[in-house]
Design a binder for this molecule. Structure first.
Ligand SMILES: NC(=O)c1ccc[n+]([C@@H]2O[C@H](COP(=O)([O-])OP(=O)(O)OC[C@H]3O[C@@H](n4cnc5c(N)ncnc54)[C@H](O)[C@@H]3O)[C@@H](O)[C@H]2O)c1
Length: 250
């Protein structure tokens, strides 16, 4: 028996980085995974890797900033696999760094629409579906920047802090009905997105801001997410769990 046998999961933004690692880890432990992404080809590529390894998964094109897509993703999971038990609201974006006085209004709206509104839209359809399935769990992907600030990143920091509050409300409303909701806050993770935006000097400085002296890996985040989704975490709901190598410890 694997931890997620006979469970169906949705992972948003599952076509790359952390979401891809979570999708593969869930499938390797028995879940049927709906890998959603705004880039369908990226989601399909992760699904191909999962099926080649003997797992079960389907790709679904979804822009999480459009609420109808969240409704459609949940309907797709139920139609394809019969029920929805688990969801990881992982899709997220950043914006070019700028001070608040110079902050581009469109960038503010774009980041908030994915990093905050998109998670609300996900929960709105996932939570009732998971209750209908007899219970399960949800993880919202915040960031260490859901608890500490970072200059020049107003939209991202604000959205991730708000996501922690939204997680608490979801837990208060649905835990007694069998759906636990938690948030995860990674430090800086060694994904192509993070690495490609930095010079060697900037990368070294960023590594040094983590007590671990390095960036995290997507599988270190996936391990925490899978624990929170699993029955081992049966008394954990409405809380925010850092996986940040000590970034926020000083
Ligand atoms: N990488 C890090 O250091 C880090 C740290 C803390 C938190 N996070 C969070 O983890 C999550 C994943 O980050 P990542 O580093 O793996 O990023 P990534 O860019 O590698 O992957 C994100 C995926 O989401 C998809 N996506 C983007 N906008 C979307 C939308 N509107 N609808 C659906 N899919 C969309 C992208 O196509 C991509 O496949 C994000 O929420 C991010 O804020 C990342």
């Amino acid at each position: 028996m694997s931890r997620f046998d006979s469970k169906t999961a949705i992972v948003t933004g599952g076509g790359s980085g952390i979401g891809a690692a979570i999708s593969k880890a869930l499938a390797s432990e028995g879940a049927s995974v709906v890998v959603t992404d705004i880039k369908l080809d990226a989601a399909q590529s992760v699904v191909d890797q999962i099926t080649a390894a003997g797992g079960t998964a389907s790709a679904f094109e979804q822009n999480t900033a459009v609420w109808e897509h969240s409704e459609a993703a949940v309907a797709f999971a139920k139609d394809t696999y019969g029920a929805l038990h688990l969801a990881v609201n992982n899709a997220g974006i950043g914006a070019a760094p700028q001070t608040i006085g110079d902050y581009d209004i469109e960038a503010w709206d774009r980041v908030r629409a994915v990093d905050l509104d998109g998670v609300f839209y996900g929960l709105k359809f996932q939570l009732p579906a998971i209750v209908e399935a007899g219970g399960g769990a949800v993880v919202n992907m915040a960031s260490v920047l859901g608890t500490v600030g970072m200059a020049h990143n107003a939209a991202y920091v604000t959205s991730k802090h708000a996501l922690v509050g939204l997680t608490k409300v979801a837990a208060l409303e649905y835990t007694a009905q069998g759906v636990r909701t938690n948030a995860v806050g990674p430090g800086f993770i060694d994904t192509p997105l993070v690495r490609s935006g930095l010079s060697t000097e900037q990368l070294t400085a960023l590594e040094g801001e983590h007590a671990a002296g390095r960036l995290g890996t997507d599988s270190e985040v996936a391990a925490l997410v899978l624990f929170l989704l699993s029955p081992e975490a049966s008394f954990i709901s409405g809380s925010y769990h850092l996986v940040d190598g000590g970034y926020s410890a000083h």
